[in-house]
Design a protein. Structure first.
Length: 135
């Protein structure tokens, strides 16, 4: 069955932040520098030049999409949450090393996003007007 995409986290340059909390979207604000720091951490983690150009995903399974718009250019990576590299042979493409580097990059970005927490939030009650950046 097709499961429609759902937003987990979004941040804008003006400091607006939307995140899913207990299955509901909450909106609030942080200082714009906080979003700039998040973008810097995302770049430092390797998002602009990831170890795998598309990401890691299995067919017909749940997947997260990380989309970053920077200087008018939109980039997306996909990850199914799998961390086990035991079944990946040394000559596989992607290699276990690339796979592990991608997982580390993704986890670093998730940690950075977790630090972007508005002090006051309110539930989103109407459409956000966002377009899914997917395929």
């Amino acid at each position: 069955a097709h499961i429609p995409p759902s937003l987990l986290f979004a941040a804008w340059a003006d400091g607006t932040v939307v995140r899913a909390v207990d299955g509901k979207l909450r909106i609030g604000n942080v200082p714009p520098e906080t979003v700039n720091n998040l973008l810097s951490q995302t770049e430092q983690a390797g998002f602009q030049h990831p170890p795998l150009s598309h990401g890691i995903e299995k067919a017909d399974g749940p997947v997260k999409c990380l989309s970053v718009v920077l200087n008018g250019h939109s980039s997306q990576l996909y990850y199914d949450g799998t961390t086990n590299v035991a079944d990946i042979g040394p000559q596989a493409d992607p290699s276990p090393k690339q796979y592990e580097a991608f997982v580390r990059m993704w986890q670093d970005i998730e940690k950075a996003m977790a630090t972007v927490q508005p002090v006051k939030t309110r539930e989103v009650t109407g459409p956000l007007g966002l377009t899914y950046p997917g395929r």
